[in-house]
Design a protein around this ligand. Structure first.
Ligand code: MRU
Length: 345
């Protein structure tokens, strides 16, 4: 993948504006924690690992911005930076994972000069960025072994390079399988209401000449019933300790269908997306987004003014429906509490 979802340029964080893809390809520059939090909230950047990387850079940017202030101002400003970033989106645990990692570094170096603290935080953000790509490639290699040559793989939302620092989780598995010489084709659910499948997954696959067929979400059952799907691979925003998987709204529906048709349902998931502090999917906070995303798209509104709307952005797939989790430590068949606890040693 030649495009960089996030990049560090001239002391600023630049992120591809994913709201306007594929019609336009533009970067937006960020120079503070609150501007990065805004970019996460309004989905300039989205996808659990990419949100985590953005938040880490948000912390570093704030430290750089405040480095010439007094010790007290610097550290109270940093505390506010963490708070504003933590509030940006609730479901993807990678956000909190990355912030916790940045906080731990801050605590270790906080007695040093502000400029040194800022440099150390920036180094850590760069490391989280680079590590995410390495992890995706390792995960991709494990996942590729699960896909037979010629597999037609259905995916939901966008768990590609755009949702991560690069390569992708679910699309990383597909990329690795293709790189290993397998002939893989992708069926991309459009992913109502924000259209991550139609706009982002389809774009990523077309860029790399990986055959991709776009369907609307309500066609998945038809495709499975007619024998046109060999496997499902999706990403996730948070996996609970018992193996329940929160992912983009509609994933649960796909998992039920896959189960009904005896099609394997795989979830590509770095360890940073597993939250051992939540016992099951019922405890995962589910983001509710603006009704405008459901009543229309961009400037076009198609639903009646005044209609009541629900817009939960994620749903939970029970662990029983998950054939396997693909992690950087290997494949966990039928995940449960015992197997996930073992993963963390
Ligand atoms: O609302 P989004 O676009 O941030 O949701 C993204 C997803 O649901 C992805 O599938 C998930 O974050 C995994 S990305 C590797």
């Amino acid at each position: 993948m030649k495009v960089e979802t996030l990049r560090w340029t001239d002391g600023k964080l630049e992120m591809i504006d994913q709201r306007i893809l594929p019609a336009a390809f533009e970067y937006i520059a960020y120079d503070s924690a609150s501007s990065v939090a805004g970019g996460i909230r309004n989905m300039v950047v989205r996808g659990a690992p990419a949100i985590g990387v953005a938040a880490a850079y948000g912390v570093a940017l704030e430290a750089l911005r405040l480095q010439d202030t007094s010790f007290l101002e610097f550290h109270s400003g940093m505390e506010q930076a963490f708070v504003v970033l933590e509030k940006s989106r609730p479901t993807a645990v990678n956000l909190f994972w990355a912030l916790q990692r940045m906080r731990a570094i801050w605590m270790v170096v906080r007695a040093r000069k502000n400029a040194e603290v800022a440099q150390r935080l920036l180094e850590e953000a760069h490391e989280i960025h680079a590590e995410d790509i390495r992890i995706n490639k390792t995960m991709g290699a494990f996942g590729a072994e699960l896909l037979p040559d010629g597999a037609r793989v259905l995916t939901h939302c966008n768990a590609g390079a755009l949702a991560t620092a690069g390569w992708g989780t679910a699309l990383g598995v597909i990329r690795s399988a293709v790189e290993a010489g397998k002939k893989i084709s992708v069926i991309a659910d459009e992913t109502r209401p924000f259209l991550q499948g139609a706009r982002l997954t389809a774009w990523e696959m077309v860029q790399e000449n990986i055959p991709v067929t776009l369907i609307t979400d309500n066609m998945a059952g038809f495709m499975m019933a007619t024998g046109e799907v060999d496997a499902v691979v999706v990403g996730t925003d948070r996996v609970a300790a018992n193996g329940d998987v929160a992912n983009k709204i509609g994933t649960y529906m796909v998992a039920v269908l896959a189960h009904a048709h005896s099609i394997p349902f795989y979830v590509a998931c770095p360890l940073s997306t597993i939250d051992m502090n939540v016992a099951n999917g019922g405890e995962i906070p589910i983001e509710e987004r603006s009704p405008d995303e459901v009543t229309g798209f961009r400037d076009c509104q198609w639903a009646a003014e005044g209609v009541q709307v629900r817009n939960p952005a994620f749903d939970v797939t029970p662990a029983e429906l998950v054939t396997a989790l693909i992690t950087e430590k290997g494949v966990v068949q039928q995940p449960d509490l015992e197997k996930l606890s073992t993963l963390f040693g």
